[in-house]
Ligand binder design. Structure first.
Ligand code: NAD
Length: 265
């Protein structure tokens, strides 16, 4: 085993030990969780789209200023995601959701892509909406899943004739109520936080409040974040490498025994 992998394994065990006793594990993923599938993050290297800041495009003001530019950006990202394949770390999360012994796992994401669904995660709570949804930019409430077809983006709203816009939740907009409620009412007692810079509120408050309450929060990120100092354990490296090994441990017989002993004692 090379030295780097040995270090990683040393860090993985305490992380697995802290998450193993959880009964309601929240898996929360940010843009970094899809980076290994070739989907760029907004803030990291290679994350800049032309010369625009995402806040200037993914916002109601940005859309009002230049709707065609915003649509061009969204169509490009739809195609990029449609061409991508889930990476092994995302497939590992599907295994965890199914096989984490005697516990419930809820997978929530701020990502707008559908890679976790395609990796096999049965329920994914999208806290920032979906890249593959188009809705009325006016007030009539029309919305449609577009299944990678961007044709609707070139038409007017069939409900009221207003312009249509991407269905994502933009900067400055409230989170979808039902999705946020699904996460809050889950009452997680542990969190696996993957590839998030923990900068975009209110989702960033969820792991922060859990850590403050003394609940285990394990961070997986290839760089240090503002959350690292409060994380129970911080695992440094790409999600593609860390998650399969961590999920292996969490679904292992040793961890099953540890859970059983915790439940009995
Ligand atoms: P973010 O704030 O969640 O930051 C990305 C984080 O991922 C950084 O901390 C970075 O160090 C980490 N990271 C990068 N590559 C990684 C890897 N291979 N493994 C583990 N960690 C890795 O994301 P953002 O890019 O600033 O975007 C903010 C918001 O924009 C998101 O919450 C989302 O709504 C949207 N967004 C979505 C997608 C998507 O759907 N895939 C992509 C970009 C942005």
């Amino acid at each position: 085993m090379d030295a780097q992998l040995a270090v990683k394994r040393d860090a993985l065990t305490p992380a697995a030990e802290r998450l193993a006793p959880c009964r309601r594990l929240l898996v929360l993923t940010g843009a970094g969780a899809s980076a290994d599938a070739g989907i760029p993050t907004f803030r990291g290297a290679g994350g800049v789209w032309r010369s625009h800041r995402p806040e200037d495009l993914a916002s109601p003001d940005g859309f009002a200023r230049n709707p065609e530019l915003v649509w061009e950006w969204y169509r490009e990202r739809r195609v990029q995601v449609a061409r991508a394949q889930p990476h092994p770390g995302q497939r590992a999360l599907a295994l965890l959701a199914r096989h984490f012994p005697a516990a419930e796992v809820l997978v929530a994401t701020t990502n707008e892509d559908d890679l976790l669904e395609r990796a096999g995660v049965a329920e994914v709570v999208h806290l920032h909406g979906s890249l593959f949804s188009t809705r009325c930019a006016g007030a009539c409430g029309w919305e449609q899943a577009v299944d990678r077809d961007s044709e609707l983006s070139r038409r007017s709203c069939p409900g009221c004739g207003a312009a249509v816009r991407p269905g994502s939740t933009w900067y400055g907009e409230p989170l979808p109520e039902a999705e946020l409620e699904r996460v809050l009412s889950f009452r997680a007692d542990g969190c696996l936080l993957i590839g998030s810079s923990v900068l975009v509120a209110p989702v960033s408050n969820i792991p922060a409040e859990m850590a403050l309450a003394g609940l285990p929060v394990v961070e997986v990120n290839c760089a240090e974040t503002p959350f690292t100092s409060v994380a129970t354990v911080s695992l440094r490296g790409p999600a593609r490498d860390i998650l399969p090994a961590l999920v292996d441990l969490l679904t292992s017989p040793t961890v099953r025994d540890q859970r059983r002993r915790t439940a009995e004692g």
